[in-house]
Design a binder for this molecule. Structure first.
Ligand code: CMC
Length: 380
């Protein structure tokens, strides 16, 4: 291989220097700009967390006010043009495909915006695109943002309000949404973030780079796992609830099935986000008085898997996606919108990495390969 280091899956390759988030996989620690996720989740809103991730420090009162006001000011899209496009996308297309397409298209309207505002425009506009995606599926007319509401309450209103009825966002749901978005906000060099950085490195614009990040996130082994987890749990339930059988299936190397929401490239003792998500799920289900057999089942799957030597030896623990779908379901988000919610949460992280990559003046991302094809030959 000459000087080329062969590292499939980039398991041991540091592709950048970054100061945004830090993971200690052995200790199960996650820091955003140095602050532990456990502190952020209890003391910050998603919009404060977005500021922290994008700018490196928590905002003071004045900074937060001006940041939030700008986000509100930019909470509009070119409805006429975007709705025309949306009308022509098949209603059965997956919401992640719709969201990433609309994000890409929105780039066309961002010509004369200065870079610092571009981040705030996207933070303001992605919830509108997500809401339009949801409302198209539900046959609901488009809505506009409500400038009197905070970020997550506005998000809920844009999703769930129906014509001719007033809508009051439930503070329990709004708080839950804040927490789950914070849990997703950044996670160093995951597949979608690396995609965003790679595109940025060849000077693709912010909106288009992030649209590509969304396509990466959609994958079942990445953000798409949240939908796959609920579908798996429903299948377990439908097939009689025999957890042992499903665990054996996941262990069988001849069967491509994996226990969805289990395992992580870096966390080898526990995923701190999964621990928090489990508590958030229990809390919201209890506070909203929902009786959800899926949560009980998920806890039993976790328990049984963690008693099995296969999962212990391979250090496979629940990841963020194991409980996040249960939270989304409890707050009324349909299954095929779960990964869209993940994208809304990951947005500040993607943007901060794109910004950092530019500030660092990083070279184009261009890995090498080990060639295994024919030697030079002639056409007969
Ligand atoms: N069920 C059964 N076996 C598994 C699982 C699982 N969920 N995850 C890993 N393994 C096995 C795998 O077969 C391999 O076994 P062996 O060494 O005998 O070949 C070993 O554990 C190591 O797995 P790997 O695929 O080499 O590990 P990786 O770091 O490349 O992959 C992962 C990490 C998350 C893709 C993987 O654990 C997985 O596919 N999990 C299920 C999908 C999932 O939950 N994804 C969400 C990830 S967290 C959120 C996010 O990133 O968006």
């Amino acid at each position: 291989t000459g000087l080329i280091t062969f590292d499939p899956g980039l398991k041991n390759t540091g592709i950048t220097k970054s100061s945004i988030s830090f993971i200690d996989g052995e200790k199960g620690e996650l820091l955003y700009r140095g602050y532990p996720i456990e502190q952020i989740i209890n003391q910050c809103s998603f919009i404060e967390t977005s500021y922290l991730i994008l700018n490196g420090e928590l905002p003071n009162t004045a900074q937060l006010k001006s940041f939030s006001e700008k986000v509100k000011k930019f909470s509009f899209i070119h409805h006429k043009d975007i709705n025309k496009i949306l009308d022509n996308i098949p209603v059965f297309y997956h919401p992640m495909g719709i969201l990433s397409s609309l994000t890409y298209i929105l780039d066309a309207f961002m010509n004369s915006i200065q870079e610092e505002d571009l981040y705030l425009h996207l933070l303001a506009k992605l919830p509108i695109l997500a809401a339009l995606t949801y409302r198209k599926r539900m046959g609901l007319p488009p809505v506009c943002a409500d400038p009197y509401l905070d970020y997550t309450s506005n998000l809920l209103k844009m999703f769930f309000s129906v014509p001719n009825k007033s809508y009051e966002p439930n503070p329990i749901i709004s708080d839950t949404l804040n927490k789950i978005l914070i849990l997703h906000a950044d996670h160093e060099q995951n597949c979608s973030t690396t995609t965003v950085r790679l595109l940025g490195s060849v000077h693709v614009g912010l909106f288009s780079s992030i649209s590509a990040g969304m396509s990466a996130l959609w994958g079942k082994l990445h953000g798409g796992a949240n939908q796959a987890v609920i579908e798996m749990l429903e299948d377990i339930l439908k097939s009689g609830g025999n957890i042992k059988k499903w665990i054996e299936k996941a262990k069988n190397k001849k069967d491509p099935f994996r226990l969805m929401g289990f395992g992580h490239r870096i966390y080898k003792n526990f995923d701190p986000r999964a621990k928090i998500a489990k508590k958030v799920a229990e809390n919201v289900i209890q506070k909203l008085g929902i009786s959800d057999p899926i949560l009980k089942l998920a806890k039993n799957v976790e328990k049984k898997a963690l008693q099995d030597s296969y999962f212990l030896e391979k250090k496979l623990y629940p990841n963020i996606d194991f409980y996040s779908g249960i939270i989304y379901q409890a707050i009324g988000i349909p299954k095929d919108m779960f990964t869209v919610m993940f994208a809304l949460g990951r947005l500040p992280g993607w943007m901060a990495h794109w910004k950092e990559m530019k500030l660092n003046k990083e070279p184009i991302g261009r890995p090498r390969q080990v060639y295994t094809g024919y030697k030079k030959r002639n056409i007969k």
